[in-house]
Design a protein around this ligand. Structure first.
Ligand code: ADP
Ligand code: F6P
Length: 338
């Protein structure tokens, strides 16, 4: 393979830059031309593409965001736009593509592959929700940002005997909330994967904390709790109880517990800032792995993490896999965070 393209797609994640750098530097070392495709699949359709040199990726390893920029491009799901993307690849001599993104981006890679453009994809999303991978780059950094912010909220809650009801990102998955909840010692961790009981999981836990002399509380709520999707086990409860958003949730906490409560939405700050060492290292390893696959004529693969190993899987098989929520870890958190 003489020319490889690289793109970042979907929600950005810390470590995407490190991955692009690894792709570029590996290609340069292997005498492969590397083309940077800007703004994900949108740039592939529009031909927003430039050759990248080793120099172009200097100083991006430790930066958040993605210097290639990212986009959501719903029209890429149409046959017409995929054909345009295939045409662009031919025009620029792109023989294979490394896709860095979430599960939606993986589906785009699968479609391109089925249209004759060999793709290799690697997981970049803070959500850690890709079914075929135990880890997604950006997750560690995002969790660390959450715990830093929750620690700050804890300070002010402590001063005012309050409860912070904090909305955490993660799309339809509660992984970020669970991990942040363990690391920040949240009183309650509410995720879409586990049906919750307001009395048992919030009111009783706060009451028990009070008995132990606790004066402030942290309740973490995944944003996915408010999304109308089949995997959200709590959507019906929220609708039936008039809880449309985190402000309603916080009001209910205050009413039921008598503890003054304030809502906070951590939001997109979770996706910014310098990637952690873990995200930089895994992104670098995966970026290098992707190019090695394409270089050796292997494509239609996803490069993922299984336990501590980086491996590759068939892209079609990988998308059919399942990733059960870590209920054991969830229970452990509830036992310890009293
Ligand atoms: P993420 O990759 O972070 O999950 P999205 O779900 O927004 O983010 O997907 C990113 C992009 O991947 C979409 O904007 C679209 O271009 C492409 N994509 C998403 N879903 C599909 C699909 N089912 N088929 C083909 N392409 C898709
Ligand atoms: O997939 C990453 C993510 O940050 C999710 O956690 C969140 O639901 C979504 O993207 C937000 O998307 P947007 O950047 O379009 O607001």
């Amino acid at each position: 393979m003489k020319t490889i393209g690289v793109l970042t797609s979907g929600g950005d994640a810390q470590g995407m830059n490190a991955a692009v750098r690894a792709v570029v530097r590996t290609c340069v070392a292997e005498n492969i031309t590397v083309m940077g495709i800007r703004e994900g699949y949108k740039g592939l359709i529009e031909g927003n593409i430039q050759e990248l040199t080793a120099r172009d990726v200097c100083d991006i390893l430790g930066r958040g965001g993605t210097f290639l920029r990212s986009a959501r491009c719903p029209e890429f799901k149409t046959e017409e736009k995929i054909q345009e993307a295939v045409h662009t690849c031919k025009e620029f001599g792109i023989e294979g593509i490394v896709v860095i993104g979430g599960d939606g981006s993986f589906r785009g890679a699968r479609d391109l592959t089925l249209h004759g453009i060999p793709c290799v994809a690697m997981p970049g999303t803070i959500d850690n929700d890709i079914v075929c991978s135990d880890y997604t780059i950006g997750f560690d950094t995002a969790v660390n940002i959450c715990i830093d912010l929750i620690d700050k909220l804890r300070d002010t809650c402590n001063s005012h005997n309050r409860c912070s009801v904090v909305q955490i990102m993660g799309k339809n998955a509660g992984w970020v909330t669970l991990e942040a909840g363990i690391a920040a010692g949240a009183t309650s961790i509410i995720v879409p994967e586990v049906e919750f009981d307001f009395q048992r999981d919030i009111v009783d836990r706060i009451a028990r904390g009070k008995r132990y002399g606790k004066n402030h509380f942290i309740v973490l709520v995944s944003e996915g709790l408010f999304f109308d999707v089949p995997s959200n086990k709590n959507y019906k409860y929220c609708v039936e109880n008039g809880i449309a958003n985190i402000a309603d949730f916080a009001k209910r906490v205050e009413q039921e517990t008598g503890v003054e409560s304030r809502e906070a939405i951590l939001g997109h700050v979770q996706r910014g800032g310098a990637p952690s060492a873990k995200d930089r290292v895994i992104a670098t390893e995966m970026g290098n792995y992707c190019v090695n696959l394409l270089k050796n004529g292997i494509s239609n693969r996803v490069v993922v993490m299984k336990e501590t190993d980086i491996i590759d899987l068939d892209i079609l098989e990988a998308l059919k896999m399942e990733k059960p929520f870590d209920f054991k870890k969830y229970e452990m958190a509830n036992m310890i965070n009293i």
